[in-house]
Design a protein around this ligand. Structure first.
Ligand SMILES: Cc1cc2nc3c(=O)[nH]c(=O)nc-3n(C[C@H](O)[C@H](O)[C@H](O)COP(=O)(O)OP(=O)(O)OC[C@H]3O[C@@H](n4cnc5c(N)ncnc54)[C@H](O)[C@@H]3O)c2cc1C
Ligand code: SF4
Ligand code: SF4
Length: 339
């Protein structure tokens, strides 16, 4: 294989960083473009969910480890605030037009790995949730950020701690009416880990989960679930209607144990799932890529074009790392054949 092979990686989240690190370990250089000001992607905004110093294996610190390692590797170049303006092919090479604050440049690469990630479900698109209209109704992504930045949970309306709170699971997942029948795989995990952390910091906080099923992916998570299960009030129904209740509380009407009940909470979190990135249609058009069964991109694995990480489907941080390691094996096979 030629030693001057260089791979373009689009996206500096955990997928892009892992891909670059794995290529670097095999002596292949890469160039990561990240459209935002910093690398780390969405998972770079997640809180450590350790409880009393005990790791809950949420995976958030794997992102910080990858950022550190990628900065130290000579084979990796990173350009932030940079995006793709276009792609062409010249023989076996991919010519990328890169756009940054300094203007547009054309650069040649041996292969391209799209690691542009996913889009969390936006509940504003489904008016019955009342998201954006009802105070103290937030998304899982907002709760993650609040816990990371403030180390605690407060009601956005008055900055006071929530005495009772609820999580609504499967928001934007497992819903054929939205064209999203799949399970997003991560929202049971992040919601339960954050609930456990909140209870540990404030044991008097009452926590209710509205759910369909609990996905306990992984042995550690399953053990954590059984240890913590009884600390939560479980209602096996997803509320249909949400309303603003007195005292800036979030109200819902649900059927619980055969009774129709009106309930309200100081704070409610919509456990939003993972959907395809908004950038995806552009890549489909430029590269003639096709979608997989869940509507994310299928990796073509040919002509030097690969897709890796959550751009290919919903997955956790550890699963993204595994997915990208497998993708790098396929990239290496391509580079070997090409040389
Ligand atoms: C609310 C929520 C909480 C979660 N909590 C957890 C958790 O606790 N533990 C866990 O394991 N998983 C969690 N996940 C899943 C986790 O977010 C993903 O596994 C992870 O972010 C996937 O990484 P990625 O690099 O594939 O995508 P992303 O994190 O989306 O990164 C993609 C990167 O590509 C960049 N990009 C996109 N398009 C372009 C372009 N055209 N040019 C340049 N750059 C571009 C983006 O800016 C971004 O930096 C959670 C998911 C959600 C929705
Ligand atoms: S895996 Fe999660 S809980 Fe454990 S130390 Fe890392 S960030 Fe904290
Ligand atoms: S992980 Fe849990 S909350 Fe998320 S879609 Fe699957 S079952 Fe629903």
């Amino acid at each position: 294989m030629k030693s001057r092979e260089k791979v373009l990686i689009v996206g500096g989240g955990i997928a892009g960083l892992t891909t670059a690190i794995e290529l670097g370990r095999r002596g292949v250089s890469s160039f990561i473009i990240e459209k935002k000001e910093t690398v780390g992607g969405r998972a770079g905004t997640y809180a450590c969910k350790a409880v009393n110093g005990h790791c809950q294996k949420c995976g958030a610190c794997l992102v910080q480890d990858a950022i550190r390692e990628s900065m130290e590797m000579g084979e990796i170049e990173i350009s932030v605030k940079t995006s793709l303006a276009g792609l062409d092919r010249e023989g076996k090479e991919i010519v990328a037009r890169l756009k940054s604050g300094e203007g547009e440049t054309s650069v040649r690469f041996s292969a391209l790995v799209l690691c542009h990630g996913f889009q969390p479900f936006d509940p504003a698109g489904k008016p019955n949730y009342g998201y954006g209209r009802i105070p103290n109704l937030i998304t899982g992504a907002e709760l993650e950020l609040m816990m990371k930045e403030k180390g605690d949970v407060f009601r956005p309306s008055d900055g006071k701690p929530a005495k009772d709170m609820a999580f609504v699971q499967c928001v934007g997942s497992r819903n054929p009416a939205l064209g999203r029948s799949y399970c997003s795989q991560v929202c049971c995990g992040y919601a339960l880990r954050m609930a456990r952390q909140i209870r540990s910091a404030r044991p008097s906080t009452s926590i209710t989960f509205f759910y369909m099923d609990v996905q306990t992916f992984g042995r550690d998570f399953e053990r954590m679930f059984w240890e913590f299960r009884d600390a939560i009030y479980w209602i096996r129904e997803i509320p249909g209607d949400f309303f603003a209740a007195p005292g800036d509380r979030v109200g819902v009407i649900v059927e619980d144990e055969g009774e129709i009940k009106e309930m309200s909470f100081d704070l409610m979190t919509l456990s939003v799932g993972m959907g395809p990135s908004r950038e995806q249609p552009v890549f489909e058009e430029w590269l003639g890529l096709r979608q997989g069964p869940e509507g994310f991109l299928a990796s073509p694995d040919r002509d030097g074009i690969f897709v890796a990480g959550s751009a290919t489907g919903p997955m956790s941080i550890p699963d993204t790392i595994v997915n990208c390691r497998a993708a790098v094996t396929r990239v290496m096979d391509y580079l070997e054949e090409r040389s």
